[in-house]
Design a protein around this ligand. Structure first.
Ligand code: FAD
Length: 468
């Protein structure tokens, strides 16, 4: 193995592997150090990809159970084949991680298996599983070590009865009662998987609403839809302890502000209170790489840390903890290293919850605009008034567009509804080009499509929707 590279990337998640490929395209000699046996990081191995595989599979089960009859398709009571469902998920993961390995070969990127640390700028020390050490010389170093599930004191993870998202992707049977601690995106997605397969699901959330960063209009409706699906919510509540026994887990729950304790029994508990940056063992303290109060690596506008020649991206630095943000970071960081101009606008990073219906948002929420004292106009359009939504029996939800009161520039868009995660990209592109609500409203949209609801919401900004 060569031991001298223009760039050594530590971590092969969507940030690291995409950065490695782009750097190779730019002519750099690149190595990527990954401690996991497979490439792709959290996202491909234990995050985005397996969770979406299970969301898709469980949605099909649920549809067969209760969604198809309304279309005149009687299939009888479906039988769950959990082994096959998990095999589907594992197959999707394998195809994706092998795809990255192929791309590494194609781009002549050296894949180095082992744990990386940085004894000094310009050097990465790789420790293999067998303890053998190997030093790589690096013109530049890019830290892309990602994040890990945030632990909850008093609730010990065993990945069997008390699980993180990783364990929740591997359960061997459907729990009778699943308690999800944390009403954020990951908790609601994993809760949806098991709810559709028959679990009773209770979400315990510290705050008085789920997905607190979401536009509240949409958040409230989202909670209503999930409640209709059978989710139970204990808002403004905190879990302060957990006892496990063969028969299940007993949680101690009390009001967020403290008060009367109650017991909550579960077969499986999913701890999903958030994720925190993972930088353990890199040697950052000794190097003098500055972290912020929450442990994120501080970087400048060029993604350079406080130490010259050491860069960082993705979940390990501040900003939305999302795969596509990590990818954009990775591309921008290496293009800047190569002397090109690059910038990622974190305001235009779409956020998507892959429940059914989906929730998607971009730009500012109404609450953020109010707080910033920006004068805005609102346009809303419900899917109940959209022909395609009726045709597919998915009329839950709405499109909400926020535009500047003076200039009409689109400032934000929030969608609850079927395919929201796809629909939002029309608005993402429009916003990237600085479009006005009128620009979207004047664009001819195909009929009958769900996208027509986006056009109608834009028309509603100007008080002239057609179909409502
Ligand atoms: P990671 O993907 O975390 O990769 C970091 C890699 O670095 C890991 O492979 C790790 O093994 C390796 N590493 C760490 N330290 C070292 C070291 N010292 N030496 C060598 N290797 C090291 N985001 C979305 O955008 N969409 C989704 O649908 C979505 N769903 C998710 C579902 C779940 C259940 C979870 C947990 C996360 C989800 N995310 C989703 C978030 C997404 O996975 C992360 O934002 C993304 O993976 C961050 O990418 P990254 O490259 O920064 O780090």
């Amino acid at each position: 193995m060569a031991d001298s590279f223009d760039l050594v990337v530590i971590g092969s998640g969507p940030g690291g592997y995409v950065a490695a490929i782009r750097a190779a395209q730019l002519g750099m000699k690149v190595a990527c150090v990954e401690k996991r046996a497979t490439l792709g990081g959290t996202c491909l191995n234990i995050g985005c990809i397996p969770s979406k595989a299970l969301l898709a599979a469980s949605e099909k089960f649920h549809e067969a159970e209760s969604g198809l009859a309304a279309f005149g398709v009687d299939v009888g009571k479906p039988k769950l084949n959990m082994k096959q469902m998990m095999a589907h998920k594992d197959g999707v993961v394998a195809a994706n991680v092998n795809g990255v390995a192929f791309l590494f070969k194609k781009n002549k990127i050296e894949q180095v298996v082992g744990t990386g640390s940085i004894p000094k700028a310009g050097e990465v020390l790789v420790t293999g599983e067998d303890g053998k050490k190997h030093t790589l010389k690096a013109g530049k170093i890019l830290i892309a070590t990602g994040s890990e599930s945030t632990p909850l004191p008093g609730v010990e993870i065993d990945e069997k009865q008390i699980v993180t998202s990783t364990g929740a992707l591997e359960l061997s049977s459907v729990p009778k009662h699943l308690v999800v601690i944390g009403g954020g995106v990951i908790g609601l997605e994993m809760g949806s998987v098991w709810r559709r397969l028959g679990s009773e699901v209770t979400v315990v959330e510290f705050l008085d609403r789920i997905v607190p960063t979401m536009d509240q209009d949409i958040g409230k409706q989202f909670q209503r839809v999930l409640t209709k699906q059978g989710f139970k919510f204990m808002l403004g509540s905190k879990v302060t302890g957990a006892k496990t026994a063969k028969s299940g887990v007993t949680l101690t729950v009390e009001p967020a502000a403290g008060g009367k304790k109650e017991e909550l029994k579960a077969d499986v508990v999913l701890v999903a209170i958030g994720r925190r940056p993972y930088t353990q063992g890199l040697g950052l303290e000794a190097l003098g790489v500055a972290l912020d109060k929450r442990g994120f690596i501080q970087v400048d506008e060029d993604y350079q840390t406080s130490v010259n020649g050491i860069y960082a991206i993705g979940d390990a630095i501040p900003g939305p903890m999302l795969a596509h943000k990590a990818e954009e970071d990775g591309i921008a960081a290496v293009e800047i290293m190569a002397g090109e101009a690059a910038h990622v606008d974190y305001n235009l990073v779409p956020g998507i919850v892959y429940t059914w219906p989906e929730v998607a948002s971009i730009g500012k929420t109404e609450e953020e605009l109010k707080e910033a004292k920006v004068a805005y106009k609102v346009g809303k359009f419900p899917f109940t008034a959209n022909g395609r939504a009726r045709a597919i029996n998915m009329t839950d939800g709405l499109v909400k567009i926020l535009a500047d009161a003076k200039t009409d520039r689109v400032l934000g868009c929030h969608i609850l509804g079927a395919e929201a995660g796809t629909l939002i990209h029309e608005v993402a592109t429009a916003m990237a080009f600085g479009a006005s609500a009128e620009d979207i409203a004047m664009t001819c949209h195909g009929h009958p499509t769900l996208n027509e609801a986006v056009k109608e919401a834009a028309l509603a900004v100007h008080g002239r929707p057609i179909h409502i």
